[in-house]
Design a protein around this ligand. Structure first.
Ligand code: HPA
Ligand SMILES: [Zn+2]
Length: 337
């Protein structure tokens, strides 16, 4: 258990969030409010009954509930309200900058127009209390053809996204399946990331790097099973966007004191801490930091390193990045005993 002084420092430090699915920030209360507003019938009778369904055994058991929750999003204002609620909550945790994933296919598959989704989310980012940019994710359980069509739909909106990512059911859907769509996104000058090594094997991290040419690995915790890969990730300072509470809720690790976050840091990897789907996994950024710091022997120097890593791995221009890194260092000079 960390001491209260360190807890205060970790809560107050400036940080960036690089792994947040905006649909995963939809709180049960807002799901019910939107269901009522839009006359959508849910399979759950109450907020309590919905929350009771948040007992996951693996990634797929979560995704089934997560896609059901997203079914209440119909109008641009719904996407705006969801995103604004997240940005306000992140600001309260001293998140200065967020790079937000969204899953257009979850909505276009239900007949919601692509522009309804992106315009609502983007307008909230433009008006919200913190800096925020968007990464469009392809659902890997669907075909590469469907991903290519989604990239086509995004073409008139390229000024609203900074990159593309890959999420949903990992095992059985390796990065190679999306080689052509990532090549096209790269041609368009978009940043590239992919979920890899959450439930999938280290081989998926290799192919995310070598076939898709990603610039960050989302999760990546299974890298540690491959010593050569671990050494490469350290050598290349390839950022991992680790999500501690997510990993426990989805049973990637049995308990937080078994999480390999500190082992990854000790191996020299560019680890960051993130919330993934905060409405479903028990907390936003500071809850993730506190859960990790409570269970693992992490100290002040780790806190500073994690805060620095989050800005260093962000898709920001160099001057902005240096300004945030300077802000982190100034904060730690101030609080250092
Ligand atoms: O943690 C995740 N993994 C894969 N897909 C997802 N979609 C939302 N969260 C996740
Ligand atoms: Zn994720």
């Amino acid at each position: 258990m960390m001491n209260e002084q360190l807890r205060g420092i970790v809560r107050g430090m400036p940080k960036a969030e690089l792994h947040i699915h905006i649909e995963g920030s939809l709180e049960p209360e807002l799901i019910f409010e939107l269901a009522q507003r839009n006359a959508v019938q849910l399979a759950y009778q109450s907020v309590e009954e919905l929350r009771a369904a948040y007992a996951f055994t693996d990634l797929q058991s979560f995704l089934d509930v997560y896609y059901a929750g997203a079914s209440v999003l119909l109008h641009e204002q719904d996407f705006y309200d969801m995103t604004m609620a997240y940005l306000r909550r992140a600001a309260a945790d001293n998140v200065r900058h967020a790079e937000i994933f969204f899953d257009p296919q979850t909505h276009t598959g239900r007949g919601v127009p692509f522009e309804t989704v992106i315009n609502g989310i983007h307008r909230a980012c433009a008006e919200g209390p913190i800096s925020a940019t968007l990464i469009m994710c392809f659902l890997r359980h669907l075909s590469e053809e469907a991903a290519l069509q989604t990239l086509e739909m995004a073409r008139p909106h390229l000024d609203k996204i900074i990159g593309v990512g890959l999420d949903s059911s990992e095992v059985g859907h390796p990065p190679e399946k999306f080689a052509r769509v990532f090549a096209q996104a790269r041609e368009l000058g978009l940043h590239l990331v992919a979920h890899a090594g959450e439930e999938g094997p280290p081989a998926y991290i290799h192919s995310a790097l070598d076939v898709l040419h990603v610039e960050r690995i989302d999760h990546g915790v299974r890298a540690i099973e491959d010593a050569e890969l671990t050494a490469r990730l350290a050598r290349e300072q390839m950022a991992l966007t680790v999500c501690p509470l997510s990993n426990i809720k989805l049973c990637v690790f049995g308990r937080m004191d078994e999480h390999n976050l500190l082992r990854l840091l000790d191996a020299g990897l560019a680890v960051t801490i993130n919330s993934d789907d905060p409405a479903y996994f028990g907390g936003y950024m500071n809850a993730n930091f506190e859960a990790a710091f409570d269970a693992l022997p992490l100290g002040l120097s780790h806190a500073q390193r994690l805060a620095r890593n989050s800005f260093a791995a962000a898709f920001l221009d160099d001057a902005t990045k240096q300004r945030y890194l300077g802000e982190v260092d100034a904060y730690f000079r101030e609080v250092m005993p």
